[in-house]
Design a protein around this ligand. Structure first.
Ligand code: HEM
Length: 351
């Protein structure tokens, strides 16, 4: 067991070194703070990602209801309170964080790819805050979504890399994506990021991609959410494939779930890039700062009806206020992709 994990560690080191070497020719470091660089082929790449994702979604469904392409297993959807702190530091009082108060939110927790909760996986946390004052860039008024997952870096640096991944997936040849040395950085993220967990209320989540923070175009942040429950690591028994839903239920029976919502400012465009979602922004250089608290009280959430509603709800990083505009190629392509993919599955499932 020990030698196996040593071997895994050695493999991660080798992969990291190769990823560093192959990433050396990245020209994106030349951008200024908060600055984006659009690729010429973004529209075509987006269209092809959608086409391939639809194909995979239909193939996977086996005639049953269509699930989300990503984060398909709902662990639970909850009503929550999003407390925006009073008297935040002036540099944090931006966008929705200039509206202190307690807002209703809807939160979905999910597994990124596995239907058996006992397996290693990435986990997702999607937050929809409503009742805010103002028009968003896209979607319902007064509403702000945050879409996060359980690792600080995305496996794909750019939309093109994401497309290469989905093409390989469609052909059932994912290995052909990962053996390419240019994708060894992606392999490292996957090896490090897939984890077994005991309770979705007890782990941390990150946006991995950057967002504006206010009206100053040179300011960019990433988001992270971390548990603040008194006893968040409630040990669960891995007795069946749905044990994470049971762990959340048990947790809420004992105490509310609580999370700090935090932002991390971009300090250096070279080391904290906008156009490479596979780079984690260093927390020593720029620590996360708390701007809000999320509270989830005990509630019924695992009835068949609630789980069905959890299947239907959709989130989009562009359902956001202008001051929190998504930045970088990965975020730019997500606007149309999330909209089309949510419509695609919900229309098919309504027939
Ligand atoms: C080019 C990059 C990406 C693509 C193409 C993509 C694609 C998708 C798609 C198609 C869905 C399902 C949408 C629906 O049917 O409603 C989805 C859901 C999701 N994605 Fe992504 N994604 C990308 C990047 C990311 C990133 C950077 C994160 C966060 C760190 C993320 C986290 C999630 C989560 C948590 C969900 C579940 C949303 C829900 O609860 O409904 N994805 N993604």
């Amino acid at each position: 067991m020990n030698s196996l994990s040593n071997l895994r560690r050695l493999w991660i080191v080798v992969v990291s070194i190769v990823a560093l070497i192959t990433g050396c020719d990245n020209e994106m470091g030349q951008l200024g703070p908060g600055e984006e660089k659009f690729a010429d082929n973004e529209r075509e790449v987006t269209a092809e990602i959608i086409e391939v994702m639809k194909q995979i979604t239909v193939n996977r469904s086996d005639g049953d209801a269509l699930r989300r392409f990503n984060q398909p297993k709902s662990l639970g959807c909850f009503d929550a309170e999003f407390h925006i702190k009073e008297q935040l530091d002036p540099n944090l009082t931006r966008g929705i964080f200039a509206q202190p108060g307690i807002y209703p939110a809807r939160i979905r927790f999910a597994n990124a790819s596995k239907f058996d909760d006992r397996k290693k996986d990435f986990r997702g946390m999607s937050i929809k805050v409503s009742g805010l004052t103002g028009e968003p860039l896209w979607g319902a008024p007064g509403t702000q979504d945050f879409v996060l997952n359980s690792h600080p870096a995305l496996f794909a640096a750019t939309p093109e890399e994401f497309l290469a991944f989905t093409r390989a997936m469609e052909k059932g040849r994912l290995w052909s994506f990962f053996i390419n040395p240019y994708h060894w950085g992606a392999l490292r993220v996957v090896l490090e990021g897939r984890r077994k967990i005991q309770n979705p209320f007890a782990i941390r989540y990150w946006s991995t991609t950057p967002y504006r923070f206010g009206t100053d175009q040179s300011v960019a942040v990433k988001y992270s959410v971390q548990p603040c429950s008194v006893k968040a690591t409630d040990a669960a028994t891995e007795d069946d494939e749905n044990f994470l839903t049971a762990a959340m239920k048990r947790h809420l029976e004992g105490q509310p779930a609580c999370f700090d919502f935090m932002v991390q400012f971009q300090k250096s465009p070279a080391d904290m890039p906008i156009e490479d979602a596979s780079v984690e922004w260093d927390e020593q250089t720029s620590p996360f700062q708390k701007v809000a608290t999320i509270k989830i009280n005990n509630q019924p959430f695992d009835s068949q009806q609630s789980m069905l509603a959890c299947e239907r709800i959709s989130f989009n990083p562009w359902q956001c206020f202008q001051e929190h505009q998504p930045l970088g190629g990965i975020n730019r392509v997500r606007k149309v992709i999330y909209e089309e993919m949510a419509q695609f599955r919900n229309h098919a499932n309504a027939e």
